[in-house]
Design a protein around this ligand. Structure first.
Ligand code: N2P
Length: 387
């Protein structure tokens, strides 16, 4: 098979010599070419890179900067749920070089051979990452950090429009446990008037519901899903939206309380301010803890532009780019070298960079078997249908 790229002129000569059978080697050049060190890789890939990432996860202009610098044309598409990305990967021939699964899905994707091992020699900026975080990722998801690089992390929690929630609750004080706002009929029956939204994804909602009823959020036991949906059934009629556009739904006033992602809730807060709304939007820190997620950059097994993909990963891992993501998308970065470039008000926001005592309360990510995911999807879909 023809190699797509060649590591050096020297290696290229050997490969060509091997293929060309009797052909003679070119005459030696008189002096070595100083500008082309023997170790420099030559990227002969077409100048294209196909990326599939979560919606609202990359600062404006970052792709344009990469394209300008490298001459690589990036096709950038986005998805809303891990399920959507997973279905594309399982179907094969997605056309994407880079994908950004949550670690809960990345683990089975690695085990299923859907992602390729990284060539770390092409990603010198890996050294910028936070060592303990990489150790955690290695322990639970990606042994030896072979396949994954963190894009960002965050947590699934309750987001509220403070003014609207206070008004809808009336005399009823805010609960101690913010999860009550979305799971307890006493609250949901009042809040339905200003709109309750859930993320439209089984693997987002069932785990938080399991956590709420005191079960392991990452239980693989379908009997537990039944308990979770029994609890959810009691509030089903109060849920207005199963949302794939949560930022707009909260900022635009369609929902006053939501199960959403920390950064997106903070983005909705920014957007409401930009729109001169008086509404204050807040990501809650429920006293029983929220669910942490890690979203990870990976290269698909059948990527047609693996070299460009490595170049993009290294570009993203520059401190200035990782910091830009945190500053503009409101998600914490795992890039330690970027921390001094994170805006002080973002770094100090306890619902973005969580403080260590709350971090200790949070539920770390795990993963589900294929069978469990299927059972969870069925449980969730029948919950949605019931009213
Ligand atoms: C980005 C949402 C990604 C967080 N807007 C959930 N993994």
């Amino acid at each position: 098979m023809m190699k797509k790229y060649l590591w050096s002129f020297a290696l290229s000569a050997i490969v060509l010599a091997g293929c060309g059978k009797k052909e003679e080697l070119p005459a030696p050049v008189a002096a070595p070419v100083a500008s082309a060190p023997a170790t420099a890789p030559v990227n002969t890939e077409e100048k294209v890179l196909n990326i599939y990432n979560w919606a609202d996860y990359i600062p404006d202009g970052m792709i344009a900067t990469f394209e300008k610098e490298t001459g690589i044309k990036v096709n950038y598409d986005s998805f809303e749920t891990n399920e959507a990305l997973h279905a594309k990967l399982v179907a094969g021939n997605s056309g994407y070089d880079i994908v950004v699964p949550g670690s809960v899905f990345a683990k089975p994707q690695i085990e299923g051979g859907l992602l390729q091992a990284l060539d770390k020699s092409k990603i010198p900026n890996l050294s910028n990452l936070d060592t303990p975080m990489m150790a955690t990722l290695a322990k639970y998801t990606d042994p030896d950090n072979k396949h994954l690089v963190p894009w960002a992390w965050g947590f699934t929690t309750v987001g509220i429009n403070k003014n609207k929630v206070a008004k809808a609750l009336g005399e009823t004080p805010m609960p101690e446990n913010a999860w009550d706002l979305v799971f307890k009929p006493e609250y949901t029956s009042k809040l339905k008037s200003c709109g309750i939204a859930y993320l439209d994804s089984p693997t987002e909602i069932i785990p938080v519901a399991l956590h709420y009823i005191g079960k392991d959020a990452y239980s693989n036991d379908p009997a537990d899903y039944k308990l979770a949906t029994d609890m959810l059934a009691k509030v089903r009629k109060d849920v207005r939206i199963f949302s794939s556009t949560m930022i707009d739904d909260i900022a635009g006033g369609k929902a006053c309380v939501a199960i959403g992602w920390s950064g997106d809730i903070n983005l909705a807060a920014d957007r409401a301010k930009e729109n001169q709304s008086k509404d204050e939007i807040e990501a809650m820190l429920p006293n029983t803890g929220a669910l942490i997620f890690f979203d990870t950059i990976a290269i698909t097994k059948d990527a047609r532009h693996p070299n460009n993909a490595h170049a993009f990963i290294d570009f993203y891992l520059r401190p200035e780019n990782a910091a830009l993501m945190a500053n503009e998308m409101n998600y914490p970065t795992a890039n330690k070298a970027a921390m001094h470039l994170v805006n002080p008000e973002i770094a100090a926001n306890k619902t973005i960079f969580v403080e260590s005592d709350y971090l200790a309360k949070m539920i770390p990510p795990s993963s589900f078997s294929n069978e469990a995911r299927e059972a969870m999807a069925n449980a969730y879909n029948s919950f949605k249908k019931g009213k």
